[in-house]
Design a protein. Sequence first.
Length: 254
Amino acid sequence: MNISGNTIFIPGSTSGIGLALALALQAKGNQVIVGGRRTDALDRIAAEHPGLDTVRIDTADPASIAAAAKEVLERHPELNVLVTMAGIMRAEDWHRPEGFLETAAETFETNVLGPIRLIGAFIEHLQTRPDATIMTVTSGLAFTPLRITPSYNASKAAIHMLSESIRLQLADTTVKVVELQPPSVQTALMPGHESDPHAMPLDDYVAEAVGLIESQPDATEIQVERVKFLRYGEARGDYDRVVAVLNGTEPLNT
């Protein structure tokens, strides 16, 4: 993905990594469209950040995705980058069905079906552009499980394999598939996470990630250094230790 000269739609970018990434990419010379459910947040973002366009979208609602795609393409027919940012992360207890069934369904609706439907809404258009990119968003937890979030871990693992697979299918088109793999980052994805001392500061994460996009335009996975501990545990042969460290049963410096 080229770092500048794009028109980029980022659903799920009214806060956290999504908004920080939108602003960083705008600063690199891209037209960026921010998508989100809350019109008050979209209005505030438009007022505070001139040049950003905004579109209301609920990625858990197929009709909302279809309407937003139509609106985005009418206003920005040059769109060539889709970033499937929207996602939810919730703790679950799998000892009893009421501890996970509803949350699991909501997680897969948003984190798996949402990106699939977004790609479906834009894929034909993207193939008409001379240089297009689909950027999926996974997590270090796609590769190493956090005990309290089974469905989130599984949803991100699914998107990782989806990214690998559609990259193969779209190899005969102008559409690249890039996977953004954040580590734990200080955002509001879960309660109290903004101040978690074990998570990476948001500004540091986005600066490093955008730097990698700029320096490695042909990369298929955007991995800051901090996520590699989780990403490559199995390849290094220390997967069991990585799982233990992540879940607090073993200290990092052993």
